[in-house]
Design a protein around this ligand. Structure first.
Ligand code: ZN
Length: 197
């Protein structure tokens, strides 16, 4: 039977970028704090799955469904930017340049890591386009091998549906994620988007 410390170290070491060494350090840090801290942390973790869900339209993580962005009538609901993660969505929102709505894939195609189309929110995207209320899809995946492959795959699926498809302008640093770009670069990438279908 694993001790509580071992259980916590094991759980923390599953987090991205956290190895066993860091997990151990974090576990002992938590242990050293007042008991209130551990309680607060565990409550927040528990609430996460109880109150956060996928938006039924854009698939981002939200506490209300549809999310605030999908409900916002001032935004162009016919213009959809496809992004990999909710973090990318937040980066674009922070840049304040985009007035449409989003679709979050929750990952990219990656045969090496066993991520297939069924693992991403692709069928939900197709359903949105099929309603006929979408005028343009902007492919906003990241400029790396997986992002490009995912973009290409989506383009093939979307082309027959007769929707305008554009891609964020090159000029985004290759290998640099949207999440880490400054607002100016994002704005240029958005304004310079080109039609690919
Ligand atoms: Zn939404």
């Amino acid at each position: 039977m694993a001790s509580p410390i071992e259980k916590l170290v094991h759980a923390l070491s599953q987090l991205p970028g956290v190895g066993e060494k860091t997990a151990t350090r974090l576990a002992f840090f938590i242990l050293k704090q007042k008991v209130d801290y551990a309680r607060e942390l565990s409550e927040a973790l528990q609430e996460l799955h109880e109150t956060v869900c996928f938006c039924s339209r854009c698939q981002t993580l939200t506490q209300e469904n549809p999310c605030a962005l999908c409900q916002d009538t001032r935004r162009d609901q016919s213009l959809i930017m496809v992004v990999e993660t909710p973090q990318d969505l937040l980066a674009l929102e922070r840049s304040g340049t985009f007035r449409g709505v989003y679709h979050v894939l929750h990952g990219v195609l990656s045969p090496l890591e066993g991520v297939s189309p069924d693992d991403l929110k692709i069928s939900q995207l197709l359903s949105r386009v099929k309603t006929g209320e979408v005028s343009e899809i902007i492919l906003g995946t990241n400029p790396n091998v997986e992002g490009e492959a995912t973009s290409l795959y989506l383009c093939k699926l979307l082309s027959p549906l007769g929707v305008k498809i554009t891609q964020l302008a090159s000029g985004m640093p290759v290998g640099g994620g949207i999440e880490y770009l400054d607002p100016m670069t994002l704005r240029r990438a958005l304004e310079g988007r080109r039609e690919i279908h």
